[in-house]
Design a protein around this ligand. Structure first.
Ligand code: SF4
Length: 267
């Protein structure tokens, strides 16, 4: 996966820690308004408690992923001028960031679609929508604020659904399919779930220990506290670092090569 679509906090003005609002919850210990710098944000835009976020109840910070939007907004759209020194553009920057984050997320999925050999028949369409999305991220901030992101996401989504069908073609008519009405807390220990479509499924605290999750489409699935210990997620489609970070795994969990194993899985 290209580096531009991975967060690089050293090149960002701590935008997720300032621009986004947080409500006191299991993921964040206090309320914070959008545009208000988090009290743990240092003057160099890095987090002062980065190494102890999980122990202190900042799970939301561990699972958040900007897909490289932070450095793009900071260094490209605002040419390295921070909100700290440029008060007049701070509010605009904080509004632009979440829009670019959504566009970068789409680029992340589209890049993965482009890299799958099964999607070769629709490659030219994928390339076209990828380039169109990339162009949107390079527009002037004022133009970005006027974008109809919902409409663009719908367009991107059609291409991703098509990719998913091609990618999981060997499993689409499989009678083995396991019927699960409610995935929250479901016990799927050791199950063969290869090629399943888990798009957007709420799988909070599901037990997927030792399950076979190869070629599963995970786009938008909520894997918070799902047990992935010993599970095989090799070749999983549209899985993000944020989803992996929010789940529980161990050294035996197999994940796609485009993701990193979270440190808290190994301790
Ligand atoms: S706790 Fe750290 S990572 Fe989380 S919002 Fe505050 S500064 Fe950012």
């Amino acid at each position: 996966m290209i580096e531009e679509l991975k967060s690089n906090c050293t090149q960002c003005f701590g935008l997720c820690c300032v621009a986004l609002p947080f409500a006191k919850s299991a993921d964040f210990p206090f309320d914070k308004k959008g545009g208000e710098p988090c009290k743990n944000l240092c003057s160099n835009h890095l987090c002062s408690i980065h190494d102890t976020l999980k122990d202190r109840g900042f799970n939301g910070c561990i699972t958040y992923e900007c897909f490289g939007a932070g450095q793009h907004v900071s260094q490209f759209l605002y040419e390295g001028r921070s909100w700290r020194e440029n008060n007049e553009c701070a509010e605009q920057m904080f509004s632009v960031f979440p829009i670019v984050q959504q566009l970068h997320e789409m680029l992340w999925y589209l890049k993965q679609a482009l890299n799958t050999s099964e999607a070769v028949p629709i490659r030219s369409n994928l390339l076209e929508i990828y380039n169109k999305t990339a162009q949107l991220t390079s527009k002037a901030p004022e133009e970005i604020l006027d974008l109809d992101v919902t409409a663009h996401r719908k367009l991107v989504n059609e291409h991703l659904v098509e990719t998913s069908k091609l990618y999981r073609a060997d499993f689409l008519h499989n009678t083995r399919k396991i019927k699960v009405a409610d995935y929250i807390g479901a016990n799927l220990d050791g199950k063969d779930l290869r090629g399943e479509d888990l798009r957007g499924k709420l799988m909070i605290a599901a037990n997927l220990k030792h399950s076979d999750l190869r070629k599963v489409d995970f786009i938008g699935a909520d894997l918070r506290d799902a047990n992935l210990r010993g599970a095989n997620l090799n070749e999983a489609l549209f899985l993000t670092q944020s989803q992996i970070n929010s789940a529980k795994g161990d050294a035996q969990t197999k994940i796609p090569e485009y993701l990193d194993k979270p440190i808290h899985w190994l301790s």
